[in-house]
Structures are given as structure tokens and as C-alpha cells.
Design a protein around this ligand. Structure first.
Ligand code: SAH
Ligand code: SF4
Length: 374
């Protein structure tokens, strides 16, 4: 059964033409799916009967099975989706006054294995398909509209900062980004779709050529010796190469800076001397620095930097003229904050049983959008 969420618009056009139908039918179908959140071909009222008949039984708009929906006191919403094989991925919605951001996962687990990341500790299970990446946005957007009782767009920003290393799932990522940007899809601006990477240098170059969106790079250390320990991928792509790739990326990027993420770990990477070294390191790259207070999880053995240390670190950067922000921790009461994703399936032995128990216990209501669905 073909999952229509797997296609970007050019892919859907090719598929629909392969069925002997015209291009504009693919555009109609794409709009029904992404703009209206419709998955039942029979309800796509202006879609030719001939195409509906061909899709019937051969294609589907496949949602990810929802395991849970949790809302935080601050409005953050976390969804846990079953991706089979006792794996689950998480998607987080972060409302802000002016806009809504969706944090999307790209893999079940992650192979990079960063010391401070709960997903990294979980290990790598598998890449998500394009359809599974898109399904997170498809579901969240239409779910939020349903909750708001409105047809207005809810998600203006997508950040590929959920579980997984997006640039290690490049083939699935690029068509998913294309759906997000497409005017017939979600119509998001390139500046408002961010790929966050731990530094897969060759893929940063490919993204620059294929589909440059906003880029965030997870730095976490001002020197190779420390970064080798925190982000093992650094042994393959050391800092000098990574920063050179960032500079090349900026030739084509929709924004004129790269965002560097830096997770603040008590006594590990948070001294004023390290801040000064960081200033020297990024001197030649137009950038913003985003300091992320470490969100602890039991197996990490690491601690969050005290607030004063974060502020002192930020001051050094700011004094050097680098725009620096300290990320607000959102949704930590529901373990939806950065690096806390994956908690639910950490215990792999019992994960399958727990997933099926959750499925029974948590009432899951079908999503309905503008009366388009049950
Ligand atoms: N793999 C990509 C994107 C997913 S991680 C990457 O590493 O960039 C998204 C962000 O969350 C990264 O900047 C990562 O360093 C940060 N992060 C991971 N674990 C964290 C934790 N425990 N506390 C705070 N931030 C964390
Ligand atoms: Fe993977 Fe990113 Fe976590 Fe590192 S921080 S283990 S790259 S998800």
C-alpha cells in the first residue's frame, strides 16, 4: 500500500501521472491531504472519480499510531507515536505569543551517541521514512486546528530537533522538507524550517545544494578534545571542517547566520575561559549562540550548569559581539524538553508490553478537521 505522505509534490505528480491522471489532480490531492488534513479519498469532493477509484485499496494517507498526548502547564504539547518494533518517537509543539513551533523527530533513536542526550543513550533503531516525518507535522497541524476550533494555521516554524540526527537520514529528510515548504503543502518559509545537526559535514554541503533551510549546529565544546568526548561524530568531522562547512552553507542559506547550540554542562564546558575560546573559534562564522541549559536524565551522570555560570558564559559571548540567547526550558514537566525525548522507551525489554498497555489505557480520539473527518 503506497503511503501518500511519502511524496513531496513532484513525487506525487509522478505517481499520479503513473496512474494515467493529469498533473493538476496531484496538486488537488496534495492540497486535500496537507492543507485540509483529509485522509479519506471519498471526502475529497472535487477529486475525479477515476482517480479516487485508482487510489482506493492501493494508496493511503498513513497516520502514525498515536500512543499519547500530553499537555504541559506552559502550553507545550508532546505526542508520542508508535513506529513499530517497540520504538516510539516524539513530537513537541511549543506555542509562543507570535508563533507556534513544532519540534520534529527524524529517527527512532540516534547513532551519534552524544553523552548528554537521552536519545543518544537509547542507541539507533532506524531511520524514519519521509511519510513518518511528514506525518508528525500533518497530525500536529490538524490536531491543533481541531483543538482551536479554527482553520487558521497553527504551526509557523518547524525545527528538526526531536529525536535523531536528520543529516544521517538525508534521503528521507529532503522530500519531507520539500512538503513543509511547498505552497500547496504547509507553505512554510525556508527561514522558518531549521535543520539541527551534530555536524555531518558532507551532508551540510549537500543540503546547501539541494534545499537550503535555516541551519543549527550543535557545538557544545570549544575544542576538539572535549567535543570528541561529548559528540563522538567530532572524531570524524573535527571543528575546523565543521566551521568551514558552516561558512560554505551561508552562501546559500536563507538566513545570514548559523545558530550554534551549546548545551551547558556543569564543570564540563561552562567556564569563562571556555567561553573565550568559543569566541575565538566562531570568529569567522556569522552566527548566533543558543545556550541550552542541560536537561538531566538519570543515565547521563551530568549536571546542569548553575544559572550564574550560564549568565557569565553568555556575558563573555555578548561582550565579543555575538548575539546570545539562553533557551527557555519548555515542557519539562512532561519530559518534552531538549534531550529528554525518548524516556518512554528507554527500558527496551518491557517497551513492547508498555506500548500496548498505553494503547489500551489512553483514550485516543480521532482527529477531525473542519468537519472533514469523523
Ligand atoms: N541530532 C540533532 C538534532 C536533535 S538534538 C542535533 O544534535 O543537533 C536537538 C538539540 O537538543 C541539540 O542541540 C542537542 O544538543 C540538544 N540536547 C540533546 N540532549 C540534551 C539535553 N539533555 N539537554 C539539553 N539539550 C539537549
Ligand atoms: Fe543524536 Fe542529536 Fe542526541 Fe547527539 S544530540 S545523540 S546527534 S539526537
Amino acid at each position: 500500500m503506497t503511503d501518500l505522505l511519502d511524496f513531496d509534490l513532484p513525487g506525487l505528480v509522478a505517481h499520479v501521472e503513473g496512474l494515467g491522471e493529469k498533473r493538476f489532480r496531484a496538486v488537488q490531492l496534495f492540497r486535500w491531504i496537507h492543507q485540509r488534513g483529509e485522509s479519506d479519498f471519498e471526502r475529497m469532493s472535487d477529486l475525479a472519480k477515476s482517480l479516487r477509484a485508482k487510489l482506493h485499496g492501493a494508496a493511503t494517507v498513513r497516520p502514525l499510531p498515536l500512543l499519547s498526548e500530553q499537555a504541559s502547564a506552559d502550553g507545550t504539547i508532546k505526542w508520542l507515536f508508535d513506529v513499530g518494533g517497540a520504538n516510539a518517537v516524539e513530537t513537541v509543539y511549543i506555542p509562543e505569543t507570535e508563533r507556534g513551533t513544532l519540534c520534529v523527530s527524524s529517527q527512532a533513536g540516534c547513532a551519534v551517541g552524544c553523552r548528554f542526550c537521552s536519545t543518544g543513550h537509547q542507541g539507533f533503531s532506524r531511520n524514519l521514512t519521509t511519510g513518518e516525518i511528514v506525518a508528525q507535522l500533518w497530525f500536529a497541524e490538524h490536531r491543533l486546528r481541531q483543538r482551536a476550533g479554527s482553520a487558521e494555521r497553527c504551526i509557523d516554524n518547524v525545527v528538526m530537533m526531536g529525536m535523531g540526527e536528520p543529516l544521517q537520514n538525508y534521503a528521507a529528510l529532503v522530500p519531507a522538507l520539500s512538503v513543509m515548504l511547498d505552497d500547496h503543502g504547509y507553505g512554510l518559509s525556508r527561514r522558518r524550517v531549521t535543520v539541527s545537526t551534530s555536524g555531518v559535514v558532507p551532508m551540510i554541503d549537500r543540503l546547501r545544494d539541494d534545499l537550503p533551510v535555516a541551519l543549527a549546529v550543535s557545538l557544545h565544546a570549544p575544542d576538539d578534545e572535549l567535543r570528541d568526548r561529548l559528540v563522538p561524530l567530532n572524531r570524524k568531522y573535527p571543528l575546523a571542517e565543521l566551521l568551514a562547512a558552516c561558512r560554505r552553507y551561508l552562501d546559500r542559506a536563507p538566513r545570514d547566520f548559523v545558530t550554534f547550540e551549546y548545551c551547558m554542562l556543569d564543570g564540563v564546558n561552562d567556564s569563562p575561559a571556555q567561553a573565550a575560546e568559543l569566541v575565538r573559534l566562531v570568529r569567522d562564522v556569522p552566527c548566533k549562540l543558543n545556550l541550552i541549559p542541560f536537561n538531566p536524565f538519570p543515565a547521563s551522570g551530568l549536571k546542569r550548569s548553575p544559572r550564574e555560570a550560564v549568565m557569565a558564559f553568555a556575558q563573555v559571548l555578548q561582550d565579543a559581539g555575538i548575539v546570545t540567547t539562553v533557551r527557555k526550558t519548555r515542557g519539562d514537566d512532561i519530559a518534552a524538553a531538549c534531550g529528554q525525548l525518548a524516556g518512554e522507551v528507554q527500558d527496551r525489554t518491557n517497551a513492547r508490553e508498555r506500548l500496548s498497555r498505553q494503547r489500551r489505557e489512553i483514550p485516543i480520539h480521532p482527529v477531525a478537521t473542519e468537519g472533514a473527518r469523523p
